[in-house]
Write a protein that binds this ligand. Structure first.
Ligand SMILES: Cc1cc2nc3c(=O)[nH]c(=O)nc-3n(C[C@H](O)[C@H](O)[C@H](O)COP(=O)(O)O)c2cc1C
Length: 300
């Protein structure tokens, strides 16, 4: 076992580095650039019961030190994912996290039922997507609305269940505590921050949906603060993300309490960034004579 090995709610990760949902597709394209088995895991693009074409208009917009997206959950549906991509991921030696979204409670439950029959390591329940009109983030703003969904999903979900939280929630700490009370195996945070850009020449919002999700280095200090607050408040393990772009950022998130890290936007600048981060963590542990990455998790 290497120093970087972590146990997340009974699931063994060879290292704590996972590619974040929506930034690595289903791993297949990235596998042409580097062997994705080097990663601790991947979180799939958010899938929904029915196929979605995604949003019209501009979908990606760069800001100073950040990225805004309004992809709108373009995906091949739960069945399409199972048919086309699941075997590919399961044949790789990494943790297979399936990110599931929905437009209604019923949608989520039907998606869970389909996944129950499949080999999946973790279901990451996305109650935090800001880019769809119905459902998505609406389930993740008010704790009691989220509780109703999490309770019903937990009662039928046979897999490990991690709830992906929105930084736009009314109270992210209260939301995480609720997930623990309802029997979730972990929480992951943060999804993107609701944001806006205006094209002053056209005198129109850049995005057809007006608002979009902000990610990348611009959100890192706020995401780090939220990961710290949540990990102090719950005993279930936290997956932390939001602007992680270097191995130093990764160590900060580990020290703040994240057991597993997800890397998103930084992969758009350098598709192999996760490999640098994995090596950087390992070297930091070696240089500081730390036997296990678990020894620095939550030390702050
Ligand atoms: C283009 C894009 C698509 C995304 N799609 C999803 C998604 O389908 N499901 C989800 O839970 N999060 C999605 N996210 C959010 C990321 O998984 C992550 O939570 C967020 O971007 C913060 O991490 P980062 O700053 O490292 O990118 C997406 C982010 C981006 C940039």
């Amino acid at each position: 076992m290497s120093r970087s090995n972590v146990n997340y709610s009974g699931i063994d990760f060879k290292n704590p580095v996972v590619l974040a949902s929506g930034t690595c597709g289903f791993g297949n394209v990235l596998d042409e650039i580097f062997p994705i088995e080097k990663l601790g895991g991947i979180s799939s693009k958010g899938i929904t019961l029915k196929e979605r074409a995604g949003n019209t208009g501009i979908r990606i917009w760069e800001t100073s030190s950040g990225l805004m997206n309004s992809v709108g959950l373009e995906n091949p549906s739960v069945d399409g994912f199972i048919d086309k991509y699941l075997d590919f991921i399961n044949n790789k030696d990494l943790v297979n996290i399936v990110n599931l979204s929905g437009h209604s409670v019923d949608d989520y439950l039907k998606g869970i039922e389909k996944l129950n029959h499949q080999e999946v390591d973790i279901v990451e329940l996305n109650i935090s997507c800001p880019n769809v009109k119905e459902g998505g983030m609406n389930f993740g703003i008010k704790t009691e609305v989220a509780r109703n969904l999490v309770r019903q999903v937990r009662s039928i979900c046979d897999h490990k269940l991690v709830i992906k939280l929105s930084p736009n929630a009314e109270d992210i700490v209260e939301l995480a505590k609720m997930c623990e009370e309802e029997g979730a195996d972990g929480v992951s945070l943060v999804n993107t921050f609701l944001a806006m850009a205006i094209d002053i020449r056209k005198k129109k919002p850049v995005f057809d949906n007006v608002y979009a999700g902000l990610s990348g280095p611009a959100i890192k200090p706020i995401a780090l603060r939220m990961v710290h607050q949540v990990s102090k408040a719950v005993d279930i393990p936290v997956m932390g993300m939001g602007g992680i772009s270097t191995w130093e950022d990764a160590i900060e998130f580990l020290m703040a309490g994240a057991k597993v890290l997800q890397i998103g936007t930084a992969t758009f600048k350098n598709p192999k960034i996760a490999l640098d981060i994995i090596d950087g963590i390992e070297k930091y542990l070696e240089d500081n004579n730390i036997d296990s990455v678990e020894d620095i998790i939550g030390i702050i």
